[in-house]
Ligand binder design. Structure first.
Ligand code: PMP
Ligand code: GLU
Length: 401
């Protein structure tokens, strides 16, 4: 049969995070009591003051196309936020608002990457990075890390990965899937490497900025000697419990912002006007004084400590206490090859399927994040569900020797 779909789409992998959520919804619709620890989205509702701003925007007839890069007052508010929270100076012309940080990332990758350009990505990485790079016909070059270094790369590893074809470095801190955060000193050491390689751009995904148990967020954009090559990606999905509103943004050198504006102008025009007005309310509020954000962060911290304790009791799961985001990424190497007499564990993907099919707990296999010996557990759900879900896994795995 003639191939109808493009090679581009045929070689594209489905998002593993979305696939696991789809599978758990299907099981739920068959009446199964599924505990979904797969998707990374806060289980809180969007704070009321943000919802009110969205309702007001509807009443005030924000119903026509917004400017491609976002409303001027929203972009100005993003600049104030970057100064207030991160100490960095940006002009509205350097800001592009998009349909989620996902679109922000893909805009930048499309704007910068020619076929054959290399993009260095520390592994484990967020699932969509690899596929976005592939769509742009770039070559992802992964730097492998292990749980022993809390999945952080060293400056030596970075230096060794650089070639004349390296165009971009892409990472997230706080990290999805590991929850690891690079300290200011560690970021400075990476920045020193970039300072020696003036043709490399740095795409810094800071979407988990507000879910940080170490205190102050550190952005690699703070280093002035490389700032003219840093592109910050952020948004409202995680910190403000606004995943469905679909709003993300970049702060970038102006020529990159203009390139993203041109691309977006041909593809989505702009993100939803109502979301933009609601996000303006979100971004204007100082996170240090917002009671709503504090409540969410207290809950995430409590859950993190609870899950850490519970995971110590799961046979074969090796974890550490993550610094931020809302994920654990336990190493399950010890379980590979163990059997219960009927079934043998062959890897993370098989283990996640086995857990979902038998005790209805949805996790995401590490393969999609570049590490087949780990699994990802999202704790953005209630303590009751976390306790019940992890207990189910513990009981299931107790028979594997
Ligand atoms: N980057 C990372 C690391 C993420 O985990 C996510 C999750 N959705 C995104 C970007 C995209 O976020 P958004 O909802 O703003 O598209
Ligand atoms: N970023 C979230 C996750 O990793 C949401 C899913 C997605 O956008 O792919 O689960």
């Amino acid at each position: 049969m003639q191939q109808v779909l493009s090679n581009r789409i045929i070689t594209l992998s489905e998002s593993e995070t979305r696939a696991m959520s789809k599978k758990s919804r299907e099981l739920e619709s068959q009446g199964k009591n599924v505990i979904n620890l797969s998707i990374g989205q806060p289980d809180f509702f969007t704070p009321d003051y943000i919802k009110e701003a969205g309702k007001k925007a509807i009443d005030e007839n924000y119903s026509s196309y917004p400017p491609v890069s976002g409303y001027a007052d929203l972009r100005a508010a993003i600049c104030r936020k970057l100064k207030r929270d991160n100490g960095v100076d940006y002009k509205p012309a350097q800001i592009v608002v998009s349909t989620g940080a996902k679109q922000s990332l893909s805009n930048v990758i499309y704007a910068l990457i020619n076929p054959g350009d290399e993009v260095i990505v520390p592994s484990p990485y967020w699932v969509s990075y690899k596929e976005m790079i592939k769509l742009a016909e770039g070559n992802a070059k992964f730097i492998e890390t292990t749980i022993d270094s809390r999945f952080k790369i060293t400056p030596e590893q970075l230096e060794a990965a650089i070639t004349p074809k390296t165009k971009l470095f892409l990472f997230s801190s706080p990290s999805n899937p590991t929850g690891t955060i690079y300290s200011k000193e560690e970021l400075r050491a990476l920045a020193d490497v970039f300072a020696r390689h003036p043709n490399i751009y740095i795409l810094s995904d800071e979407i988990y900025e507000l879910i940080n148990f170490n205190g102050k967020h550190e952005s690699i954009s703070q280093f002035e000697d490389i700032r003219d090559r840093v592109i910050i990606v952020n948004g409202v999905s995680k910190g403000f419990a606004m995943t469905g509103w679909r709003l993300g943004y970049i702060a970038a050198p102006q020529f990159i912002a203009e390139a993203c504006d041109k691309l977006q102008g041909q593809i989505t025009s702009a993100t939803c006007s109502i979301s933009q007005r609601a996000s303006l309310a979100a971004i204007e509020a100082d996170p240090n004084t917002s009671e709503d954000l504090k409540k969410m962060n207290v809950a995430f911290l409590k859950r993190r400590d609870l899950v850490y304790k519970l995971l110590q009791e799961v046979p074969g799961f090796k974890s550490y206490l993550p610094d931020g985001a809302f994920y654990f990424f336990p190493d399950i190497s010890e379980l590979i090859g163990r059997s219960n007499g009927k079934v043998t564990i062959t890897g993370a993907s098989m283990l996640c399927d086995y857990i979902l099919d038998n005790v209805y707990v949805a996790l995401v296999a590490g393969e999609g994040f570049g590490n087949p010996k780990c699994i990802r557990l999202s704790y953005a759900t209630s303590e009751e569900k976390l306790i019940e879900g992890i207990n189910r896994i513990k009981t299931l795995l107790a028979d594997f020797k």
